[in-house]
Design a protein around this ligand. Structure first.
Ligand SMILES: Nc1ncnc2c1ncn2[C@@H]1O[C@H](COP(=O)(O)OP(=O)(O)O)[C@@H](O)[C@H]1O
Ligand SMILES: [Mg+2]
Length: 195
């Protein structure tokens, strides 16, 4: 009898998340800093290409590539910068709030910093033009694997026309991700090449 050795898609995705998160976390502060500078040029080029003015980013967590230096450049150019906030009622969806200063931040239940929720500051989702998305793994076909909460899949399913840009370190790339029907692939990727 043949031995059953194949893993389920769920197990495969969990293993990939674990191994790639460890690789990402093992990058040195110098490598992280280098990568965060490296993504500025190509990201500005994409933003110009689409002439986007309302753009969402994220605050880096668990070794994610940092878009903070890029966000500072964009502020100087007069762009409006938004950050995700966990939706208070619709479980596992994101809202976007304009990022003005570090003083307006608090930690959410995952320990990720987010702007303090103020209903008056929430951007209607369809006004968002471009969104830079964090990820755990990606492949050449444009597929994305996140941390497993499905937050971006759910939220992006509501705004199919928004331009999506994955930001990642090269060590997060795999040949082919095991994908699920609900996974939303990304339009572009900007990669930090720090070895
Ligand atoms: N549009 C959606 N509507 C409802 N549930 C969704 C949607 N997108 C994803 N999910 C659910 O979210 C969970 C996590 O999704 P997954 O793709 O594994 O996470 P991630 O994208 O963070 O890696 C799955 O159980 C999936 O069914
Ligand atoms: Mg997904």
């Amino acid at each position: 009898m043949q031995k059953e050795t194949s893993l389920s898609i769920l197990e495969l995705r969990q293993q990939l998340r674990k191994s790639i998160r460890a690789k990402r976390l093992a990058l040195s502060p110098e490598q992280q800093n280098f990568a965060s500078q490296q993504i500025i040029g190509p990201s500005l080029k994409l933003i110009e290409q689409y002439q986007a003015t309302k753009i969402a980013f994220y605050l880096p967590f668990n070794g994610e590539i940092s878009p903070l230096a890029l966000m500072e450049e964009l502020k100087k150019l007069g762009k409006k910068i938004y950050l995700p906030v966990l939706h208070p009622f619709s479980e596992n969806y994101l809202l976007f709030i304009e990022y003005q200063s570090e003083q307006d931040l608090e930690q959410n239940r995952f320990g990720i910093w987010q702007p303090k929720l103020d209903a008056r500051k929430v951007l209607p989702l369809d006004e968002l033009e471009m969104i830079f998305v964090p990820l755990v793994a990606f492949d050449k076909q444009g597929n994305r694997l996140g941390m497993g909460g499905g937050f971006y899949d759910r939220t992006l399913s509501l705004i199919p026309d928004v331009i999506t840009v994955g930001l990642a370190h090269r060590c997060q790339q795999v040949d082919e991700l095991p994908i699920e029907s609900w996974d939303i692939p990304l339009n572009h990727f900007v990669i930090g090449e720090a070895e």
